[in-house]
Design a protein around this ligand. Structure first.
Ligand SMILES: Nc1nc2c(ncn2[C@@H]2O[C@H](COP(=O)(O)OP(=O)(O)O)[C@@H](O)[C@H]2O)c(=O)[nH]1
Ligand SMILES: [Mg+2]
Length: 441
């Protein structure tokens, strides 16, 4: 990532046909570049007022546009920010961007606008990450979690945890300076309780990652079972369209087919795999397909083991495996057999199956006491570490250990928490974090 200080530009809207496309410019030269490309006087540019005009290059009109200047520090990045609203369309926006680059801006790196907002203290790291999550949200629930995080719910909780740890440290530190006063049993109990409470809150938030991940990324559900069990038919019935080939000939689905559905606001990726059977040659295309399907099934959150009615399931229910009976419209169907009874042909049992899947994948997944969830592994890991240090600190207080030792644990906890909000964070980590943003964000 290059140093800030120069002026960056990028197309902020997706490249494709659209009514309006937006070009964003940020940096010390934003105003002068905007004035130059719109052939306006810099003093005519009023802060936060939209103007109508044209982008021109060498006296030639490129597009009819609306433009606005938002002077720093009251802007998204904290720098001067200009926006040019032109007509949508990849070719038009590319031409406008070329014109802005020719006027002195450079192409922005992925996430560079948001990174500047973070580095200029406009937003903390939890909110920067929430922006990426909002942009990428594929379901209503994922969007809600990201919006809450953008509103500062996680940042707020982490900041109050930091405040509580700092306060406790100060109190203990004061005890070092006046050791003759000694610490009463009551005070010690109170301090250890405070450390324990903070620890529990950290661990509670860390464990919300289970549900946070499910809400943000959705879950993978894979269909497995013998060839001809009716997996592809069930898959199509659940997806609601013909996505996977269904045929009476065994071995029709060669490797695996995926489709995304959104059920009750939750993104579910359904995966149809090749059936399980000993292929005549392990090296055959079908054999490879079966292996690919098995590998894909390994990564799934839940496996639907499909068994034709009238046949015996060769796999049992488990935490990861749900038995589903197919073809229940057939005469041979056994009503008392285990598993959820479905018929792709008659369309029966599908709602029961959906409900069972949703219950299973959200099982035990509760949001933290504050109703806030942690959505990425980085946050989870830092919270768990902070929780560990705080617990250790509480133990030291209980044992009346030297105050210096307790303070070491508390400051380690504080550093972990500060990494979540980005108060204390290395360049390398920021590079990795912003690299997952798209250009123009
Ligand atoms: N009667 C009946 N036949 C079904 C049903 N689902 C699938 N089949 C038939 O079973 C055969 C295998 O289906 P398919 O979905 O390709 O199974 P897969 O190999 O497990 O993917 C096909 O001939 C389907 O028409 C069902 O609900 N009822
Ligand atoms: Mg199939």
């Amino acid at each position: 990532m290059r140093q800030g200080g120069d002026t960056i530009a990028a197309v902020a809207t997706p490249l494709g046909a659209g009514g309006v496309g937006i070009l964003r410019i940020s940096g010390p030269q934003a105003a002068s570049i905007l004035a130059q490309v719109t052939d306006t006087h810099a003093d005519e540019l009023r802060d936060r007022y939209f103007s109508y005009g044209h982008v021109q290059q060498d006296g030639r009109r490129l597009d009819e546009v609306l433009f606005v200047l938002m002077r720093g520090p009251r802007s998204f990045t904290g720098e001067d920010v200009a926006e040019i609203h032109g007509h949508g369309g990849a070719a038009n926006l590319a031409e406008l961007l070329r014109c802005v680059i020719a006027a002195g801006a450079r192409h922005a790196d992925p996430g560079e606008f948001t990174r500047r907002a973070f580095e200029n203290n406009r937003i903390d790291l939890t909110r920067a990450e929430a922006i990426a999550d909002i942009v990428n949200a594929s379901s209503a629930k994922a969007l809600r979690v990201a919006q809450e995080q953008l509103a500062g719910s996680l940042g707020g909780i982490v900041n109050s945890l930091i405040a509580s740890v700092v306060e406790l440290s100060a109190e203990i530190e004061a005890g070092i300076d006046f050791p003759e006063d000694g610490l009463s049993e009551i005070e010690r109990t109170k301090q250890s309780q405070q450390a324990n409470d903070a620890s529990r809150q950290c661990l509670d938030l860390a464990s919300s990652f289970g549900v946070g991940r499910v809400l943000r990324d959705g879950v993978d559900v894979v269909l497995r079972g013998a060839v001809n069990a009716g997996k592809s038919s069930l898959f199509n019935a659940l997806v609601g369209r013909e996505r996977s080939i269904v045929a009476p000939a065994a071995g029709t689905t060669r490797d695996y087919v995926e489709a995304q559905v959104v059920w009750e606001g939750l993104t579910i990726t359904l995966v149809d795999t090749a059936g399980i059977r000993q292929s005549s040659e392990a090296e055959s295309i079908e054999g490879q397909g079966i292996e690919m399907g098995a590998a894909r099934a390994q990564q799934a959150d839940l496996e639907l083991f499909v068994v034709s009615s009238g046949e015996v399931a060769e796999s049992g229910e488990s935490e990861r495996v749900m038995i589903v009976r197919s073809k229940c419209d057939l005469e041979t169907a056994d009503r008392d057999a285990p598993g959820i009874a479905t018929s792709a042909k008659a369309g029966t049992g599908l709602e029961d199956l959906k409900r069972a899947i949703l219950t299973r994948v959200t099982q035990g997944a509760s949001e933290s006491a504050e109703g806030c969830v942690v959505t990425n592994e980085r946050q989870r890991q830092r919270l768990e570490a902070a929780g560990g240090y705080l617990k250790a600190a509480a133990g030291l207080i209980d044992r009346n250990a030297p105050a210096e030792l307790t303070i070491v644990e508390l400051s380690a906890a504080r550093n972990c928490l500060a990494e979540i909000t980005g108060e204390e964070v290395g360049d390398e980590m920021l590079d990795a974090l912003f690299a997952r943003f798209c250009i123009g964000k």
